[in-house]
Design a binder for this molecule. Sequence first.
Ligand SMILES: Nc1ncnc2c1ncn2[C@@H]1O[C@H](COP(=O)(O)OP(=O)(O)O)[C@@H](O)[C@H]1O
Ligand SMILES: [Mg+2]
Length: 258
Amino acid sequence: MSADENMLVVEGLTKDFLGLRALNTLSLSVRRGDIHSLIGPNGSGKTTLFNIITGLLPATDGRIYFESRDITNLPAYLISSMGISRTFQTGNIVSNMTVLENTMCGLHTRTRLDIKNTFLRRPFTSSAQEDRIRWEALDILEMVGLGNSTERLGGELLWTERQLLQIARAIVCKPQLLLLDEPTGGMGLEESKAVEDIIRHARNNLGITVMIVGHDVQLVARVSDWVTCIDFGELISEGYPEQIQEDPRVLEAYLGED
Ligand SMILES: Nc1ncnc2c1ncn2[C@@H]1O[C@H](COP(=O)(O)OP(=O)(O)O)[C@@H](O)[C@H]1O
Ligand SMILES: [Mg+2]
């Protein structure tokens, strides 16, 4: 594998919490243009990896490179302005802002628009830039199926809608790399399939490289180009989804789960 086909390279990453090694010399690469899934049992370190990549937690040891630049331990706002956006497993929607406002908030990394001041001036006194990002946000909301919910408050949304809104907010930034933490967690099959379609659209039509933290091996198998499986913060297997599904080390890691 030549170095420059990788968008993200994690090298020997270790993360210690008090007395607990959450990641242990973990190395993996995400190829540009892939839908790459990171799987592993609960507590295996998946969210911790996302937190370190995005600058929310410092690494104990090891390096992270994004487009060949060392981003290890840079502040989160810098990393997001370089083109990495993410969603959170538990959702982090602003309850008293509308769906549209929540989505437009995703754009502050990419524009000079002062979102807070914009929202204080109700109704919108629109500048050309405000109009443009409004249309972009509406477009993305339509794409994720929230086109009829733009004026609802974040706090009114159901679980699935919150997940969709998080994805919309992450995509509207036009990231190069989108990190989704269990985007179908708590969803039924129908809803999961809708999210899968959005993920494919992001990659195929918007050119975004996607890394998904998934728990469900079957689901990951349908959408991924490449899968990495970790357990106890260590890489235990990587390959094409069909290889991973049959890997005894992966099956063993999941035994006794749930
Ligand atoms: N901020 C934290 N402080 C202390 N321990 C943490 C923290 N975040 C995660 N952990 C621990 O690190 C391990 C990995 O957690 P996590 O990355 O959330 O796993 P996963 O997302 O794979 O379920 C778990 O044992 C968890 O309890
Ligand atoms: Mg997690």
